[in-house]
Design a protein. Structure first.
Length: 298
């Protein structure tokens, strides 16, 4: 029967560990770039975390530059972007109170009334609420990673837990770096994507770790590098097929799910790709830092 098992059989003999150092150097480079992006460029925080007023309009063939020239003299911070097509525009304005929000919407309507065919929606998030949402989101990510560490520690050994968390932090930082680089809006749905990526990545890692533990008992006289190669090859078919089927669903969601869901779907696509990579080239090689057997040598 035709299938991916033809290309990734369970008895394959790819030497993944032979390029582990190059992959770790590559990962380290991209993580440093991601951290620098987050420190100096930051994330494009959405209204959920930044606070302010969001207004969606449909224009009469009016471009963004013309609208910006009208609104900029009246507001300190104005952000405009096309939403799906050139006629649909999102306007983001910074303000501090609910009263100001209502006034802001009325002012915007008066200023651009003749340029707009329809005011579709307006939303407001106060600065206090947005700060609390950001804090809660960061707490959710932290406690998720902590719970995963404890779970892996209890199921395997603490060395496995360390390797899993290194891979998870790698996946999260890389994904955030890509979102920062491409200036993709970071909202509550992005937090959900990060948590989903963590769950997906750890699922892949646990499957490989389970085979590593089994092979450590089975091949007691084989060095760790070879045991890890055998373990990754044993689970390769499952890993690739799971990733491809998940990506098919995510690409469809990204293409046809609508503009609101696109940031979530895009973050998930990046997360699935990097999570599959890190399970094999970050989590497993990290185990080589620990000596499971007194007689083994690197």
């Amino acid at each position: 029967m035709f299938g991916l098992n033809r290309f990734f059989p369970t008895d394959s003999d790819y030497q993944f560990m032979s390029i582990r150092k190059q992959m770790l150097y590559l990962s380290s480079f991209f993580i440093v770039i991601s951290v620098l992006l987050l420190l100096f460029k930051g994330l494009n925080l959405g209204i959920d975390f930044k606070g302010g007023t969001l207004i969606e309009i449909s224009t009469n063939n009016t471009n963004i530059s013309e609208l910006r020239n009208i609104l900029s003299p009246e507001f300190n911070e104005v952000s405009l972007q096309e939403f799906g097509d050139s006629k649909t525009i999102i306007i983001r304005l910074q303000n501090d109170t609910n009263t100001e929000s209502i006034t802001t919407v009325n002012i915007v309507k008066e200023l651009i009334r003749d340029k707009v065919s329809e005011f579709r929606r307006s939303e407001f998030v106060g600065p206090t609420i947005s700060s609390e949402l950001l804090l809660k989101g960061l707490q959710a990510v932290f406690f998720a990673l902590l719970a995963i560490l404890i779970y892996i520690w209890l199921r395997f050994e603490w060395q496995f837990g360390f390797g899993a968390v290194v891979a998870l932090v790698h996946d999260v930082l890389f994904t955030l770096g890509v979102l920062s680089l491409l200036n993709i809006e970071f909202s509550l749905s992005s937090i959900a994507a990060i948590l989903t990526i963590a769950g997906y990545s750890i699922n892949d890692t646990v499957v490989i770790f389970d085979r590593v533990r089994e092979n450590l008992r089975k091949f007691k006289r084989i060095d760790l590098v070879e045991v890890f190669n055998i373990s990754i090859n044993n689970t390769l078919s499952r890993t690739i097929m799971t990733s491809i089927t998940t990506l098919i669903a995510l690409v469809c969601l990204f293409a046809f799910g609508g503009h609101v869901i696109k940031p979530f779907a895009f973050a998930m696509i990046i997360g699935v790709l990097i999570g599959t990579y890190s399970s094999m080239f970050v989590a497993v090689p990290t185990l080589l830092l620990f000596k499971f057997r007194p007689q083994e040598e690197e």
